[in-house]
Design a protein around this ligand. Structure first.
Ligand code: ADP
Length: 507
C-alpha cells in the first residue's frame, strides 16, 4: 500500500471525492482522499412521517436542506478548498418517490418512502390480473408496493389537477438521487442511473430503457421521467452557488448497488451481505439478467461505458433488529454489541432454533403471516442460548438466500464480503462462515456504500485509473474461515425441519 503510494504519480494527491449518501433516516456527506480514506463526515437526520397505518413519508424539501447542510459542513470541517474536490458521487435510499413542479421546484406531495405499503391492494389487483410474469421478465422485480411505479400512480391519481399537470409536461418524477441532482444543478439536470431506474417497475432492464407497456400499465406519462445516464460518467456539474465552484457529478448508484461496488464485487459470482437492521445480500451476475425461480430480485448493478452489469438481490427484513429486540423488549443485553459476550457464556445453542420472523419471512419463503418463534425451550435454557440462537438465525436466514442465489445464477461463490453494523460481531461472522462453509471477509472501511459511489465517481474522471487501482485500496480487516468442528449440519437440519413446521401451521 505504502509502496503503491510512493510509486504512483502524485496527480490527484491533493484532490478529494465528495460522496453524498442520502439514507432513509439521515443525509450524509463524506470526503474521501486518494487512498480511499474517510477525511471527514457530516450527517443530519430528518423527520419520518407515519400519517396512517402502513404509510411512511419524508419531506423532500427537508431531505434537500439537510443534504445541502451536510455538504457545506463537511467541506468546512475538512478545511479543504472546494477547488480540491475532483468530483461528486451520489448514493441514495432506493425506490422512494418524489414528484415536483417543474417551474416552482416544489414537491406536489411528500416523498413516499420505500417502506410505504399504501399501494399494496393495487399490487394485489395486478397479481390477480396475471401481470407477475410480464413484470418479472421486463423489470426483474416482483409486484410489490416497495417499488416506485405504484407510488407514482398513487400521487397522480390522488388529484385530478396533478394528473393534468403531469400530462401537460409540468411535473417531474425522481428517486432521491434525481431530486438531489436537480436541486444541486439548480434545475438544469433531470437524470438518474440504471441502478435506480431499475427499482421503479417502469424500467426494462433487458432493453435498458423506460418501457412503454409498463408506463401504460402504471398510467405514468413518459415526460415526467428522468434521463438515464451511466452510473460512472461525467454527467453534469453542480451549480456554482452551492460551493462557489462548479463541480462534476460523475457517480450515481442506489445504496445496495453502491455497496456492491464499494466491496469491489465486480466479477460475476462476487457476493456481499450487509448486516444492518435487515440484511441485504447481492450477487454480481455479470452480463446475465438472471430470471430468479426463487423470488429473488434481478436488478441492474451499474452501467459503465454503456455496459450493464446485473445482480441478484435478496433481503432479510429482521437481522440487527432482532438484536435490538433482545435489548429493548427482552432486556437481556444493554447494548447490541453485548450480544456477543452473552452468546459466548454458553458453548452451543442448547437445542434452540430462533425463527426471526418478527415481520413475516421474505425470500425465499415470502410468508407475511408467519410469526417469530423460539423452538426447543427447556428448564435448562439460559439467556446465553437465546443470544446464540438469535445470532445463528441471522446467519441461517442469510444462508437461505445465498443458497437460492447460487441455484438461480448457477454460480458457486468464493468469499462472502460483509459490511453493516452487525458485521462487527466476530462471533456472528464466524458462525456465518461455519454455516456457509466458506470464508467471510470484512473490509477495514465500514463506509462501503459511500465508498462505492466515490469509486464510481473517481473512475469516471481519472481520479482513480482503473479497477486495479481500486483493488489496492480495498483493505481486509478480518477473514473468518469455516471451522469444521462446528456442528453446522445439525443446526441446519433442525432449522429446516422447524421452519417447515412453522410454515405448515399457517397453511
Ligand atoms: P442500518 O444502516 O440499517 O441503520 P447499521 O448498519 O447502522 O444499520 O447497523 C445497526 C444494526 O446492527 C442494529 O440493528 C444493531 O442492533 C445491530 N448491531 C450493531 N452492532 C452489533 C453487534 N456488535 N452485534 C450484533 N448486532 C449489532
Amino acid at each position: 500500500m505504502e509502496g503503491f503510494l510512493l510509486n504512483c504519480n502524485k496527480e490527484f494527491m491533493d484532490k478529494y471525492i465528495l460522496a453524498i449518501d442520502a439514507g432513509t433516516t439521515s443525509s450524509r456527506a463524506i470526503i474521501f482522499n486518494k487512498n480511499a480514506e474517510v477525511i471527514e463526515i457530516a450527517q443530519y437526520e430528518f423527520n419520518q412521517f407515519f400519517p396512517k397505518e402502513g404509510w411512511v413519508e419524508h419531506d423532500a424539501v427537508e431531505i434537500w436542506n439537510t443534504q445541502l447542510k451536510a455538504i457545506k459542513d463537511v467541506v468546512n470541517k475538512s478545511k479543504i478548498d472546494p477547488n480540491q474536490i475532483d468530483s461528486i458521487g451520489i448514493t441514495n435510499q432506493r425506490e422512494t418517490t418524489i414528484i415536483w413542479d417543474k417551474q416552482t421546484g416544489k414537491p406536489v406531495y411528500n416523498a413516499i418512502v420505500w417502506q410505504d405499503r399504501r399501494t399494496a391492494s393495487f399490487c394485489d389487483e395486478l397479481i390477480e390480473k396475471n401481470k407477475t410474469s410480464l413484470i418479472q421478465q421486463k423489470t426483474g422485480l416482483v409486484i410489490d408496493a416497495y417499488f416506485s411505479g405504484t407510488k407514482i400512480k398513487w400521487i397522480l391519481d390522488s388529484n385530478q389537477e396533478l394528473r393534468e399537470k403531469a400530462n401537460d409536461n409540468k411535473l417531474l418524477f425522481g428517486t432521491v438521487d434525481t431530486w438531489l441532482i436537480w436541486n444541486l444543478t439548480n434545475g438544469k439536470s433531470h437524470i438518474t442511473d440504471p441502478s435506480n431506474a431499475s427499482r421503479t417497475l417502469l424500467y426494462n432492464i433487458k432493453d435498458d430503457k423506460w418501457d412503454k407497456d409498463l408506463l401504460d400499465l402504471f398510467d405514468v406519462p413518459e415526460n415526467i421521467l428522468p434521463n438515464v445516464v451511466d452510473s460512472s460518467s461525467v454527467s453534469t456539474n453542480i451549480d456554482k452557488e452551492i460551493l462557489g465552484v462548479e463541480i462534476t457529478i460523475s457517480g450515481i448508484a442506489g445504496d445496495q448497488q453502491a455497496a456492491l461496488f464499494g466491496q469491489l464485487c465486480i466479477n460475476e459470482g462476487d457476493i456481499k451481505n450487509t448486516y444492518g437492521t435487515g440484511c441485504f445480500c447481492m450477487m454480481n451476475t455479470g452480463e446475465n439478467f438472471v430470471m430468479s425461480k426463487n423470488k429473488m430480485l434481478s436488478t441492474i448493478a451499474w452501467r459503465i461505458n454503456g455496459e450493464i452489469t446485473y445482480a441478484l438481490e435478496g433481503s432479510v427484513f429482521v437481522a440487527g433488529a432482532l438484536i435490538q429486540w433482545l435489548r429493548d423488549q427482552l432486556g437481556i443485553i444493554k447494548s447490541s454489541p453485548e450480544v456477543e459476550e452473552l452468546a459466548k457464556t454458553v458453548i452451543d445453542n442448547g437445542g434452540l432454533t430462533f425463527v426471526p420472523a418478527l415481520s413475516g419471512l421474505a425470500a425465499p419463503y415470502w410468508d407475511p403471516y408467519v410469526q417469530g418463534t423460539i423452538f426447543g425451550i427447556t428448564r435448562g435454557t439460559e439467556n446465553g442460548h437465546i443470544a446464540r440462537a438469535a445470532l445463528e438465525s441471522i446467519a441461517l436466514r442469510t444462508r437461505d438466500i445465498v443458497i437460492e442465489m447460487e441455484k438461480d445464477a448457477g454460480i458457486k461463490f468464493k468469499d462472502l464480503k460483509v459490511d453493516g453494523g452487525a458485521s462487527n460481531n466476530n462471533l456472528l461472522m464466524q458462525i456465518q462462515a461455519n454455516l456457509l462453509s466458506t470464508n467471510v471477509v470484512r473490509p477495514k472501511t465500514t463506509e462501503t456504500t459511500a465508498l462505492g459511489v466515490a469509486f464510481l465517481a473517481g473512475l469516471a474522471t481519472g481520479f482513480w485509473k482503473d479497477i486495479s487501482d481500486l483493488k489496492k485500496l480495498w483493505i481486509e480487516d478480518m477473514s473468518f474461515n469455516p471451522d469444521s468442528n462446528f456442528n453446522s449440519n445439525d443446526i441446519i437440519e433442525l432449522w429446516q425441519d422447524r421452519i417447515n413446521k412453522l410454515l405448515k401451521v399457517n397453511e
